[in-house]
Design a protein around this ligand. Structure first.
Ligand SMILES: Cc1cc2nc3c(=O)[nH]c(=O)nc-3n(C[C@H](O)[C@H](O)[C@H](O)COP(=O)(O)OP(=O)(O)OC[C@H]3O[C@@H](n4cnc5c(N)ncnc54)[C@H](O)[C@@H]3O)c2cc1C
Length: 434
């Protein structure tokens, strides 16, 4: 019997250490260093002095960059163990950096490890894995995100160089990054999924122009970390092509799956944090003759939130398990499913926690309103919900066939007739006995 909801004791010990460490040592960083992109700045002396000893402690415990296989210095834990770890990291904006596994660097490292040449790995991957630099992924364009057929950014070969022209939008952390991984069309005569390629572009390459740094709600205009970038005839050497020509979408698929499921894992941590606040408040606030916890509508909110979190967590863990089993097709369906549920559970649970706190919940003196704002953002980042629903439906429908005639196969009259015929001799016996 292999179904099991328990964690092996040795790994549970690691999780317990992580939980204590993140709460006591890492979460305080969120409270002091919370400006946009703070955890991505590698040049801030103040944060380095706090961060580096924490990272060292994580490395000594053998918990650094656990998403990587042993050949790259990680533990090769697999997604299920990562899910349990990421639930803890999800409590803090800084925790992924402290543990060497922050997006989008994790995904970028993954594709460099898969497709990079030895020189590319040495120049870009190794410092990335050591946490010395950060990177950015530049795919979305101002006029097109979820439909790559609308992409325009292109690259052509000129002697020993590639020349990149076009615009990219929402390239996270681009201004802080040492290099950008840029998707560009290299063969306009074939469908984009076969005609786009990936390039490694150092951010200081001439022609890389930051039109704006776009921010999220609450951040001042122009001071965010999502780069609107114009590539003005940006020249990179031929060896900066990542993978082969036309391979961009195969490469992109390698990184996006992991990214989506890791966001979902961290969301479990976020919604549990909101749930803890909700329960504490329900037991503490006295109004209209009783504490909130005694009111049935509040009890409903707590019960629904408990169920939402448990359901979501099981889906995330099952997704991790499916990925570990290696069935890529099935994993696609499950990854799309957690991607769809991530913003929903965030909106519902955090929304209820906020509501139970009343005006305090709406204020900037609690983290709830800020957390809640991330729900719609999670519904867009890495592709909108609608697109992932389409993926699920298409994948699921592969296992079904249309009915043969006019009526569905579950149509009752012919099924009852067939069942009667099957049991005819018993039915006759019954009649005979009468
Ligand atoms: C916080 C954040 C970080 C990001 N980081 C990066 C990054 O680092 N690098 C990068 O390249 N991009 C990044 N993105 C961009 C992200 O990948 C895109 O926003 C996403 O793919 C959607 O593209 P879009 O914004 O152009 O929306 P659109 O494609 O214009 O979609 C807008 C809306 O149209 C509807 N829609 C779209 N397609 C369909 C469909 N097939 N069926 C039904 N309805 C549909 C949906 O309601 C959707 O929300 C980031 C975005 C966010 C919010």
């Amino acid at each position: 019997m292999a179904w099991d909801f328990e964690t092996e004791p040795e790994f549970q010990e690691k999780l317990d250490w992580m939980d204590h460490f993140v709460r006591e040592e890492v979460e305080p960083m969120d409270l002091v260093f919370d400006e946009p992109g703070a955890s991505f700045r590698t040049d801030d002396e103040r944060t380095r002095r706090i961060l580096e000893p924490l990272q060292k402690e994580v490395q000594e415990r053998g918990l650094w960059a656990c998403h990587l296989g042993p050949e790259l210095g990680g533990k090769g834990y697999g997604q299920l163990k990562l899910a349990l770890m990421n639930e803890i990291l999800g409590r803090s904006q800084w925790a992924s950096r402290v543990f060497g596994c922050q997006a989008p660097d994790t995904g970028n490292a993954e594709i460099l490890a898969h497709y990079g040449t030895p020189q590319q790995k040495q120049k870009y991957l190794e410092p990335l894995l050591r946490g010395e630099i950060v990177s950015s992924y530049s795919m979305t364009e101002p006029q097109a995100g979820s439909d790559p057929r609308e992409f325009k950014c292109s690259a052509f070969k000129s002697g020993d160089e590639w020349v990149i022209q076009g615009e990219k939008w929402f390239s996270s952390n681009a201004a802080l990054a040492e290099f950008l991984i840029v998707m560009a069309i290299t063969d306009p005569d074939v469908p984009v999924h076969q005609g786009a390629s990936m390039f490694l572009v150092p951010t200081d390459t001439p022609g890389v122009e930051f039109v704006r740094n776009v921010g999220l709600p609450g951040e001042p205009i122009g001071e965010g970390v999502h780069g609107y970038i114009r590539y003005n005839d940006v020249r990179v050497p031929a060896e900066n092509l990542l993978g082969g020509p036309g391979q961009a979408f195969t490469i992109a698929q390698t990184r996006l799956g992991g990214g989506r499921v890791h966001h979902a894992m961290r969301t479990v941590g976020q919604v549990r944090k909101a749930f803890d606040m909700m329960c504490e408040r329900a037991l503490s606030r006295h109004t209209a003759g009783s504490i909130l916890a005694r009111k049935q509508s509040v009890q409903n909110m707590i019960a629904e939130s408990f169920i939402d979190i448990e359901q979501f967590r099981l889906l995330v863990l099952k997704t991790a398990w499916v990925i570990d089993k290696g069935d890529k097709n099935l994993a696609r369906t499950y990854i799309a499913a957690v991607k769809v549920r991530t913003p929903q559970v965030m909106q519902d649970v955090v929304g209820r926690a906020l509501h139970i706190h009343g005006s305090l919940g709406c204020s900037n003196e609690m983290p709830l309103a800020g957390m809640w704002m991330t729900a719609p953002i999670m519904g867009v980042v890495d592709g909108p919900t609608e697109v992932h629903r389409v993926t699920i439906a298409k994948q699921v429908l592969r296992d079904y066939q249309p009915s043969e005639g006019l009526w569905p196969s579950a149509h009752l009259p012919p099924r009852i007739a067939a069942a009667r015929e099957k049991f005819a001799k018993f039915l006759e016996l019954e009649v005979g006995n009468l």
